[in-house]
Design a protein. Structure first.
Length: 300
């Protein structure tokens, strides 16, 4: 299936249902010019496979791919790399509804024999353009006969520069804290801790290219990215259960990531430790977990 382009008078979004409904490009029309809010992965000089992908039935990492739940221990594949980002982002999804500004897709693990998860599950996703906003909706349903741990999220990358090379980009996200990463593995090494100064964007602050971040935070209830030179801001509005935010700022790239997710890194193991901020839930058979996040364009 070829890529699908959604467009309205303000926004343009390119999605690839054959590869996890990944976003290939997301642009905004500003003063007659299309600005790449997310990197255009269709460009030959872009090293990203997609600019935003879906992570489920868990987001980020599971330590050594191993976890205990309801009295049983489970071992996922790719444990040596901490079984990362779920198992749907490279798989084909079925288009169930499509229009010029909306795409709805569905996924069933029952259609695959190599799913890296002990329970069968189904998922649906919706991307919809409405004026200057992109609405993203995601659901996960337990199709097994026993409860399963559940969580998910989005992994969007954003462009550092929109209209001028090297332009500043600023973040503002008021967060309760971040999980320590003493072992440099992206696996929490302790409970939620206060933000370090370089992690703290409670007041709008420039995201410096050399401020390396790969940090899982908690307390997310919205915020924004601002490109002052380009005169635009992108505001995040999450649903109430989307309380975690991963900030990823790799050095030497033209992009960074701001990832709204429902569970912490290694959330399923934190659940077993009764961590009150883990975000991973026990999803009953037939039950559904749902969350939303809206990205809204504002002109400065």
């Amino acid at each position: 299936m070829s890529a699908i382009q959604l467009e309205n008078e303000n926004l343009r979004l390119v999605l690839d249902p054959a590869n996890g409904v990944g976003t290939l490009a997301f642009s905004a029309l500003v003063n007659g010019q299309w600005l790449p809010l997310m990197p255009d992965t269709q460009s030959p000089d872009c090293d990203l496979a997609c600019a935003n992908f879906l992570m489920l039935p868990y987001s980020n990492r599971v330590e050594n791919g191993r976890f205990a739940f309801a009295g049983q221990t489970h071992q996922l594949q790719n444990g040596d790399q901490h079984a990362i980002h779920g198992d749907v982002r490279k798989r084909p999804w079925s288009v169930t509804e499509q229009s010029t500004d909306k795409l709805h897709c569905a996924f069933s693990s029952a259609e695959h024999t190599d799913i890296n998860w002990p329970w069968p599950f189904a998922a649906e996703t919706l991307f919809a353009l409405d004026g200057s906003s992109l609405h993203m909706h995601l659901t996960l349903r337990n199709q097994g006969e026993t409860p399963m741990p559940a969580g998910f999220g989005w992994h969007p990358y954003f462009s550092r520069s929109l209209t001028k090379a090297g332009e500043a980009v600023a973040l503002q996200f008021a967060l309760d804290g971040a999980y320590p990463d003493a072992n440099d593995t992206r696996i929490p090494s302790g409970p939620l801790a206060p933000l370090a100064p370089h992690q703290d964007f409670s007041r709008e602050k420039t995201l410096e290219p050399d401020n390396f971040l790969d940090t899982c935070c908690y307390g997310f209830d919205g915020g924004y990215i601002t490109w002052p030179t380009s005169g635009v801001r992108l505001r995040f509005s999450p649903s109430a259960n989307c309380r975690h935010l991963v900030l990823y700022n790799p050095a030497g790239t033209s992009y960074f990531a701001v990832e709204p997710v429902t569970n912490a890194n290694n959330g399923v193991n934190l659940l077993a430790q009764d961590d009150p901020t883990c975000g991973t839930i026990s999803l009953a058979p037939g039950a559904t977990l749902a969350a939303d996040c809206t990205l809204s364009l504002e002109h400065l």
